[in-house]
Design a protein around this ligand. Sequence first.
Ligand code: HEM
Length: 399
Amino acid sequence: MDQHVTALPYERPEGCPFDPPAGLAPLREREPLTRLRYPDGHLGWLATGYATVRAIAADPRFSSRQELMHFPIPGGPEGPLPPGTVGDMTAMDAPEHTRYRRLLAGKFTVRRMRQLTSRVEEITAQHLDAMERNGPAVDLVEAYAHPVPALMICELLGVPEADREVFKRRAAAISDPGSSLDEQVAAMTGLGEFVHELALAKRAHPTDDVLSDLTGSDLTDAELAGVGSFLLAAGLDTTANMLGLGTFALLSHPEQAAALRADPGLADQAVEELLRHLSIVHTGIRTALEDVEMDGRLIRAGESVTLSVQAANRDPARFDDPDSLDLRRRATGHLAFGHGIHQCLGQQLARVEMRVAFPALFTRFPTLRLAVPPEDVPLRGAMGIYGVRSLPVTWGPTG
Ligand code: HEM
């Protein structure tokens, strides 16, 4: 019987909250593709090497369909998973995926991204003003990291001004650690219904946004609403957690924050490095559709592979001194937005948001610092999207 590991990619980081579980690096060095025992007993695989993760993510012999995968996270469902919900592109293979991807790719145009850049500048400035009025001492997640991307999703989907407060509140309830499961489910259902009604309204009276553009396609009402909900799910918690955890990382590396403050032109590189270093979507999962030879191992049809993006983005074979956070490095080629046909469709929007939001925050509050000891910052679980639940910060004179 092959040697195998269990649970490793899902362990909570010990010590430094920005680093992958300690066991991943020696494993990657020994064997970039290794056997992983899944909680349902399935003996699948774990890929930790950069080249291996990248190759599997781009290989059409591996499927993203949810109903084929073994669920790798301890405590998760043990039986077969249902297919992805309508509009969830990450759970589709070609040709179904190609249909959605073609429709959507043309909607994230340079013109629209440019428009969104000026909106994100206004929205960040408004929230920084509010922080100044209400502070010092705020929860940065509540005051900035969550509402800014929430409002940007409103821009993308064309949510009318009058509905934005309700939208923001429901979206916040979904990711609020204080909400019970019932409250989260209720908020999610409410938001799903909201997006459904919005899609129908856009069908009747199109405006200048992605959802309205899509009403000209062959998507049914249910598919249109599904895509809207999926864009919301894919674009909000991810960007919000990059802003929250990214700020925590910069505050924990004051020399890096100082470099960004001194030269806001560093923002583009800084954002890529934060994406690489933090890899907030820790893993992806693929299932082999046929027998595949990879790194001298045989992955059999039906076996699931967990792709450790965290380990890949810290592979010394690809990035020099990979464990240090260095905003000046050229971190291009990182896998934080995935790779292959599912590579993040909203990455330009996410970049626009982060390139504006980080420098704006650090220049507006030059003395920004944590208001609690770093070990008291509550972290989200290492499954799904990693980040901080809240980030108490303060500014102004010390002592
Ligand atoms: C896919 C990460 C922001 C829309 C993905 C994937 C990753 C990712 C890792 C690939 C999933 C897979 O291979 O199964 C991120 C991160 C973000 C971010 C780290 C923020 C920093 C956004 C935004 C949007 C968006 C703002 C749009 C509003 C999508 C879509 C897909 C996707 C539509 C599916 C693409 C496909 O399957 O073809 N994202 N994302 N993402 N993302 Fe993002």
